[in-house]
Ligand binder design. Sequence first.
Ligand code: TA6
Length: 302
Amino acid sequence: MVYTITLNTAIDEVIVAKTNIKHSHNQIIEKTQSVGGKAIKTNVLLSKYGYDNIALGFVGGDVGKSYQQLLKGYNVKTEFVNSNSYKTRVSTIIVDCQFGGSTMFVEQAQGLVNDDIKQFFTKVETIEDKALVLVAGSLPTNFKIEHFEKLLKTLKQKKCKIICDVSGEQLKAAIKMQVDFIKPNEHEFEDLFNLPATYQNVQTKLGHLPAFAVSLGSKGCIYKDNGNVKRITISPLFAKENKIKSTTGCGDLFIAGYILAILSNQRPIIKATTYSMAKTLAFGSEQIDEQSLEKLKKYIGE
Ligand code: TA6
């Protein structure tokens, strides 16, 4: 069983527009709703491939109801805390179909109350010992860093395999707790250490951890597994030979691919990279271009 924890859920309103900067009349080509929040993308993928998984976290408000409907459509089993004060957010993602690329605007989450947090930790206690647990995304207001540290400590005591895709103070706590895998992107690394994400700096700052990946966007990633710090590159031919639609969600699908590989005894970093690349070929923030997965491996260098 894989558990995911999305403390700050969101629905992503994805707006695909044809920009016309000259006249600033930008025509909307397509509007879709995507499953937002980071860890939940892994549930969507695991359910698709028939792996048991449960999503924990907080939902609330009308958007929370729609969010759970979306997840039902993906056959994702949830154990969310339904809060009366927290409201599942709406993130707006503008995808420029002419020049490529996406821009994301994320609502500030409203507050949780202590009873919500108490209910959450009661659910955390039901997580099986030694389970694989993914914790990803931002914290809602009132879920303090102390709560986050308590969450990691509880999972450690349960001897869970803890994977974290977090930033800032949460990333610092995950490193201190020496969780089993972290995946900051280059900006999150640079913000935390005030250093560029070079091979040397990554090795110095993260080399003591069991495993990690620092994602470098279209340049690949610097990672550690089986004891050595190595690098994955992505050929520039990938962007030349494929239509890049939206990079929103790439980091989330990297993690989903990593976990899928662990469950299917494949090389985690290669699968993670292909899923992250396949995400750029679809508009939705939880979608990938499945047909492209096999052929993407030819663009990956080690
Ligand atoms: O990485 C993309 C994404 O997961 C979007 O789906 C959007 O919901 C946002 O990031 C959520 O991130 P946050 O860190 O605010 O939980």
